[in-house]
Design a protein around this ligand. Structure first.
Ligand code: ATP
Length: 234
């Protein structure tokens, strides 16, 4: 059984039909990558999974349970976290305060915080700094840390490498490999090298539909398919 099943999802935003037919299966463990051109519908897919948009028709099943109609907070309680592209952190609060706000009861679990500090040492170093003063990469790490401060089974992460320097992207890839040992990651990415290095299974969304799904190794070997589905010139 897949950890997450998305079936025949159609999502309208206001009067616009954005997703027409999105289906894919996320197995448990590792990193599943959603690729696609700008405006293809990747963010809308993540937001539909976490309940911020309601697909109709279509269904989202998590560990066999239909979660399509649940509110976002109830979906989160099932063990799914969402790291949006704008990161959702609070600039005037400190790094620690941002993490505390993401906990359920206002307290850190010491072991989880230690793991986060091992993964992202800058968050330990700058724990009393206001979040606005962090670098772009550190802000991205804080947003991922907020998603990890409680036990999760699945983390949805939207374009974490956007605008980051290559050395920071490499550090983030190492952190994702470590996170994926215990938590499944559903990753939306435009950086194909990053996606390829991490992903085991993948799907491409094109114009609100899944245009391809399969293993990352097969997709990485098929440059004609990559050109057709990801190139900017179509
Ligand atoms: N709130 C909204 N109102 C109207 N249209 C929207 C809204 N949000 C997204 N769209 C449209 O839905 C389509 C898909 O957007 P979405 O953000 O899901 O794409 P994406 O694949 O994540 O793109 P990107 O890589 O540029 O973030 C786009 O055409 C976008 O303009």
């Amino acid at each position: 059984m897949s950890l997450l099943s998305v079936r025949n999802m159609k999502t309208d935003i206001g009067q616009y039909a954005v997703l027409h037919d999105v289906s894919f299966e996320v197995p448990e463990g590792g990193v599943f990558v959603l690729l696609g051109r700008n405006g293809a519908g990747k963010t809308t897919t993540l937001r539909s999974i976490i309940g911020l948009w309601k697909p109709s028709p279509g269904s989202v099943t998590f560990r066999g349970e239909d979660i399509t109609a649940l509110h976002t907070a109830d979906i989160a309680r099932k063990g799914i976290a969402y790291v949006p592209e704008n990161m959702g952190i609070f600039g005037t609060l400190t790094v620690d305060e941002n993490l505390i706000l993401a906990t359920r009861n206002g307290r850190f679990d010491a072991a989880r915080l230690a793991r986060i500090h091992d993964l992202f040492p800058a968050l330990a170093q700058f724990r009393d700094k206001q979040a606005w003063s962090l670098s772009g990469g550190q802000k991205q790490m804080l947003s991922i840390a907020r998603a990890m401060i409680e036990p999760r089974e699945l983390i949805l992460i939207d374009e974490p490498t956007k605008g980051l320097a290559p050395s920071i992207v490499d550090a983030m890839a190492d952190a994702f490999r470590e996170i994926a040992q215990t938590t499944t990651i559903l990753l939306v990415e435009q950086n194909f090298a990053f996606a390829r290095a991490l992903g085991r299974d993948m799907a491409v969304i094109d114009d609100g539909r899944v245009a391809h799904a399969g293993s990352m190794d097969d997709f990485a070997a098929d440059t004609a398919l990559q050109d057709r589905l990801l190139s900017l010139s179509v």
